[in-house]
Design a protein around this ligand. Structure first.
Ligand SMILES: [Mg+2]
Length: 277
């Protein structure tokens, strides 16, 4: 799940808010240099994956699910392997913040953008839906303590939960989410995905329901245009644990993924540990 999330993020990163004509021409499953974000090289992942690694580590280390432990983890994941791709304000906040306590004291948690949803898919591994929703809300509230921010995160973690725990067929995913989380999850998303969390999550749900293979899914996410690295990260995490989805991502999307200390090899090993939860 994590490695596919990272593939979605890294592939989508080359197309985030890129002109739609360029996307239509190059949406062919090769990592691509973003025309403006020159610090993110082809095959590098962004904040979506880095924050998901933080949450995944918290899960496999079986740490207490407290705000301060979560904040410490976000900082640890960022400081050991700094990268661009975060919203500018949050990037500078992470840079100057030294501890989880300081994080909690100084953060303005009023965002309704996609940050809390992009890091939530891994929480779907828990079997008990109450635990999934509670843990998702606690982590979301650190930075996105708004109704929309929290609901987007909950819907995001329920996508993977639905498939991992085989709650139903792919075509009924949106209905399942609607029955547990407030919001319009039933209307199919069309067009450009802007920055609010629920937009990325609804686009991911739509793409999952409209495609039958991970390769098709990844292209569909990017074809929306807009905040497509987040859409693809959330959707690929869900698609990767869906039995109805053909697992046909081209091998180069894995082999060309960055593979430093926290790259592909690390992500795959964390993925294995997550499966044992
Ligand atoms: Mg991103």
């Amino acid at each position: 799940m994590l490695i596919e999330l990272a593939v979605g993020d890294a592939y989508g990163a080359g197309f985030e808010y890129v002109d739609k004509d360029v996307i239509h021409k190059y949406n062919n499953l090769e990592y691509r240099q973003h025309p403006r974000h020159l610090g993110t090289k082809p095959g590098m992942y962004t904040d979506d994956t880095q924050m998901s690694l933080a949450v995944a580590e918290l899960i496999v280390e079986n740490k207490d699910w407290t705000s301060v432990n979560i904040a410490d983890k976000f900082l640890e994941a960022f400081k050991r392997d700094e990268r661009e791709g975060y919203a500018a304000g949050f990037y500078h906040f992470l840079k100057k913040t030294e501890s989880g306590d300081e994080f909690l004291k100084n953060i303005n948690p009023s965002s309704d953008k996609s940050g809390a949803a992009m890091r939530a898919p891994v929480i779907g591994v828990y079997e008990d839906i109450k635990e999934v929703l509670e843990k998702t809300e606690i982590q979301a509230a650190l930075t996105h303590n708004t109704k929309d921010g929290i609901n987007a995160a909950k819907a995001s973690s329920l996508i993977t939960h639905y498939f991992i725990w085989e709650k139903g067929q792919k075509k009924d995913l949106a209905k399942y989410i609607k029955s547990h989380v407030k919001g319009d999850w039933l209307s199919p998303w069309t067009g450009k995905v802007r920055s609010k969390g629920w937009m990325s999550v609804r686009a991911a749900i739509t793409a999952i329901q409209q495609t039958n293979s991970l390769a098709e899914l990844l292209k569909a996410c990017v074809a929306f245009t807009g905040d497509v690295d987040t859409v693809a990260a959330i959707a690929l995490a869900g698609g990767s644990v869906c039995k109805e989805m053909k697992k046909d991502l081209p091998s180069w999307l894995f082999s060309q993924m960055e593979d430093g200390s926290y790259g592909r090899t690390y992500i795959e090993s964390l993925d294995k540990k997550l499966k044992q939860i």
